[in-house]
Design a protein around this ligand. Structure first.
Ligand code: ADP
Ligand code: MG
Length: 220
């Protein structure tokens, strides 16, 4: 038997991912270094503004590395009996203040579900990513419809917004690492969500109409 260690296609993909991760983390690091340098030269002046910037940049690195950790291979023992409806309820509660601030009304309809085997922390993160995107797509408010249904053994989750939508030519870029149209986005949410759904052998579909809204359907 032979194992090819030099698979150039795989290595190119790894190289590209490594380069983009390094780039995304180096930006805030460079800014942290610069501000630390400036602060060294200051004597007893108001440093609060700089401390805020430092803290924001550190948070950004934390966010990016936290999202990438999901890509690590899960262990068999990470899978437990979980209730997806309960997880979605938690997610709605967690994001309710953000929704309120954007004038988004969340209408959720969550059926009683059988338990399934899954990784709770991962599925919660996946649902947070999807619901957060839906809220962020409606900066001027709107309705957000969430349903979780038990359809003949499968769990079907639909998150539908009335937001900006996604133009057709952009739809296939979504889920590529670091692809974002937001000023402060990481562009990691959809990639990690897709990875999590794949880990759970589920399905993940996005349909969207620009200026009307987006529908995300997850099947588990
Ligand atoms: P981020 O939210 O940090 O930008 P994501 O991977 O979560 O990264 O999303 C990538 C991009 O996909 C977003 O920047 C946005 O352009 C688009 N997108 C995702 N969900 C929606 C949605 N519900 N409505 C409109 N655009 C969306
Ligand atoms: Mg997002």
């Amino acid at each position: 038997t032979e194992k090819r260690l030099v698979d150039s296609e795989k290595l190119t993909a790894v190289g590209q991912l490594a380069a983009s991760i390094a780039h995304e983390i180096r930006n805030p690091l460079t800014s942290i270094k610069g501000f630390l340098q400036l602060m060294k030269q200051m004597k007893g002046e108001a440093k609060e503004e700089y401390l805020n910037i430092l803290s924001d940049e550190v948070s950004r690195i934390e966010l990016i590395t936290g999202e990438l950790l999901v890509l690590a291979k899960p262990q068999a023992y990470d899978f437990q009996l979980i209730n997806v409806g309960k997880i979605m309820e938690d997610v709605v509660t967690l994001l309710s203040s953000q929704a309120l601030m954007s004038g988004v009304d969340i209408h959720s309809n969550i059926e009683a579900l059988p338990e399934m085997k899954g990784i709770e922390s991962q599925l919660k993160q996946a649902l947070i990513n999807v619901v957060k995107n839906a809220i962020e797509a409606m900066p001027n408010g709107g309705n957000l419809y969430i349903t979780v249904r038990n359809k003949g053994g499968a769990i079907v989750i639909v998150v539908k917004d009335e937001g900006v939508g996604i133009p057709k030519e952009i739809l296939n870029k979504i889920g590529s690492p670091f692809y974002t149209t937001k000023e402060k986005g990481t562009g990691l949410g959809m990639m990690t969500t897709a990875k999590i759904i794949q880990t759970h052998q589920g399905g993940f579909e996005i349909t969207s109409i620009p200026n009307q809204g987006t529908k995300v359907k997850i099947t588990l």
